[in-house]
Design a protein around this ligand. Structure first.
Ligand code: UT7
Length: 331
C-alpha cells in the first residue's frame, strides 16, 4: 500500500477591516514610524474593534473563505483544530463553536496553545491524524485577537501585534506530496520572557491583577529576539540537512512573522534568496497563531505543485520548530 502523506489542499483567510498604522501609534505611545519600521519591518496591523466579537468571529470567516473557495462540504470535515492564545473564553473550546457555526456537524474540535508556534505544532497534529488513516479531512485554523491582550500604553508590545485568522485543510495524498518531516522543540527557560502572568491557575484574576495590568502580554524583547534568531535558524538549517535539501531545492520559506530581522537571519542561514522568503509582516504585524496561514493565503497563487516549502516558527514558552512540506496543488 502506498504511504499516505498529509497534504494541504485548500487555504482561507480573514483580517479585520480596521487598520492601525505606525503613525496612529505615534499618537498613543512614545514611538515613531521610523523606529518601528527599521526594528520590526511593520507598517500597519489590523484590529478587530468590535468588543462583542472574539477570536471565533475571525476563525469562522477564515474557515468560510476556505470552504467557499475550495467548494468543500463542511459535513465531510472530521476534525477542527484551532491554534490560538486568545480563545473566546478560557473554558468551552473555541474550535467547538467554530465547527458548529461553519456547519462541520460531523466533526469534533479542540484548541491548541503553543504561543507563536501553535499553528506549526497544529500542522504536526493534523498531519499525524491524516497519515495514520484515522481521518480524511482535518481543518486547521490559526486565529488570534491579540488586541484583546495588549496594553496600548506599553510601547514595547503594542507596536508588534495585530489581529487575524487563517485556515488550511489537510487531506490524504498518495503522490508523495504534503508533509515530509519535522523538527519540533520547546524549552521552559522561556516561561518568563514572554507571558501573560495572570488569569491562570498560578495567579487567578483579582482586583490586584487587573490594577497592575497583569492580564496583558509582557515581553523581554531582547531575550526573545536572541533565542528566536539562533533557534529558528538552527532548526531550519537542520531540517534541510536531514532531508538532503540544498538552498536550490528549497522553493519557499514560510516563517513566523514576529520581526523581519528574525526572518531574514533564518533565510541567511539557509542561504536563501530574498524572493523565496514569504513576507507580509509590513501589513499585519505579528498575528501569533495566524501568521503562517496568512502567508499561504497571500502567496497561494505563486505556490506550485511539488514546491518544497520550509515552515519555521519561534514563540513564547519557548516553542519553536521547522516543518518540511511539498505543496500539493496549483491554484
Ligand atoms: O512572536 C513571539 C516572539 N516575539 C518575538 O520574536 C519578538 C522578539 N523581539 C523583538 O522583535 C525586538 O526585541 C523588539 C522589536 C521587541 C525590540 O527591538 P530591539 O531592537 O530589541 O529594541 P530594544 O528592546 O533593544 O530597545 C532599543 C531602544 C531602547 O532604548 P535605549 O535603552 O536604547 O535608550 C528602548 O527603550 O529602543 C527603545 N524602544 C523604543 N523606541 C521607540 C523600545 N520600544 C520602542 C518603541 N519605540 N516602540
Amino acid at each position: 500500500m502506498n504511504k499516505i502523506n498529509a497534504a494541504i489542499t485548500a487555504v482561507g483567510a480573514y483580517v479585520p477591516e480596521d487598520v492601525l498604522t505606525n503613525k496612529m501609534l505615534e499618537k498613543m505611545v512614545d514611538t515613531n514610524d521610523e523606529w518601528i519600521l527599521s526594528r520590526t519591518g511593520i507598517n500597519e496591523r489590523r484590529i478587530l474593534k468590535d468588543p462583542e466579537k472574539g477570536t471565533s468571529y475571525m476563525a469562522i470567516k477564515a474557515a468560510q473563505d476556505l470552504i467557499t473557495k475550495a467548494n468543500i462540504n463542511p459535513e465531510e470535515i472530521d476534525l477542527v483544530l484551532l491554534a490560538t492564545v486568545t480563545p473566546d473564553m478560557p473554558v468551552a473550546a473555541t474550535a467547538v463553536y467554530v465547527a458548529t457555526e461553519i456547519g462541520a456537524v460531523n466533526a469534533f474540535g479542540y484548541d491548541l496553545q503553543a504561543a507563536c508556534s501553535g499553528f506549526l505544532y497544529g500542522m504536526s497534529t493534523a498531519s499525524a491524524y491524516i497519515e495514520s488513516g484515522r481521518y480524511k479531512k482535518v481543518l486547521l485554523i490559526g486565529a488570534d485577537k491579540m488586541s484583546s491582550i495588549i496594553d496600548y500604553s506599553d510601547r514595547t508590545t503594542c507596536i508588534i501585534f495585530g489581529d487575524g485568522a487563517g485556515a488550511v485543510l489537510f487531506e490524504p495524498n498518495n503522490e508523495g506530496l504534503g508533509f515530509q518531516n519535522e523538527l519540533l522543540r520547546s524549552d521552559g527557560i522561556g516561561r518568563h520572557s514572554l507571558k501573560i502572568e495572570a488569569g491562570g491557575s498560578l495567579m487567578p484574576p483579582s482586583e490586584e491583577t487587573v490594577t497592575n495590568k497583569r492580564h496583558y502580554v509582557q515581553q523581554d524583547g531582547k531575550t526573545v529576539f536572541k533565542f528566536a534568531v539562533s533557534n529558528m535558524a538552527d532548526v531550519s538549517e537542520q531540517i534541510m540537512k536531514k532531508n538532503d535539501l540544498t538552498n536550490n531545492d528549497v522553493n519557499w520559506l514560510v516563517a513566523h512573522q514576529a520581526n523581519k530581522r528574525i526572518v531574514s537571519a533564518t533565510a541567511n542561514r539557509m542561504n536563501l534568496e530574498e524572493e523565496k522568503v514569504l513576507m507580509n509582516i509590513h501589513r499585519y504585524g505579528n498575528t501569533t497563531s495566524a501568521t503562517l496561514p496568512l502567508l499561504l493565503s497571500d502567496y497561494e497563487k505563486q505556490l506550485k505543485k511539488g514546491d518544497n516549502i520550509i515552515f519555521a516558527t519561534f514563540g513564547g514558552g519557548f516553542t519553536w520548530g521547522s516543518i518540511y512540506l511539498k505543496w500539493a496543488y496549483n491554484s
